[in-house]
Design a protein around this ligand. Structure first.
Ligand SMILES: [Zn+2]
Length: 82
């Protein structure tokens, strides 16, 4: 499933038909780290056309979900300095 369609509750099966979902990397979401997102053909093209920064501005729910997933995992490891 496409991550953007999922968070925005778009019927991704209708939009993508039977085309495969692509795995794309975002480099500006986290400092010094890359985020891997799954995008349908439509959102993959949109990312390519408008660039990562504007893509995240256009899809704030995606940015939010990426942020939340990182925060929960980093709370356990990076910031657990007794
Ligand atoms: Zn999508």
């Amino acid at each position: 499933m496409c991550d953007v369609c999922q968070v925005e509750k778009i019927d991704w099966r209708f939009r993508t038909a039977d085309r495969p979902v692509e795995t794309c990397r975002l480099y500006r979401v986290y400092e010094g780290r890359e985020a891997v997102v799954r995008l349908c053909r439509i959102h993959a093209i949109e990312l390519f056309m408008i660039g990562e920064t504007r893509f995240l501005e256009t899809h704030p729910l995606l940015a939010l979900s990426l942020h939340n997933s990182t925060k929960s995992s980093s709370d356990d490891s990076l910031f657990a300095f007794g």
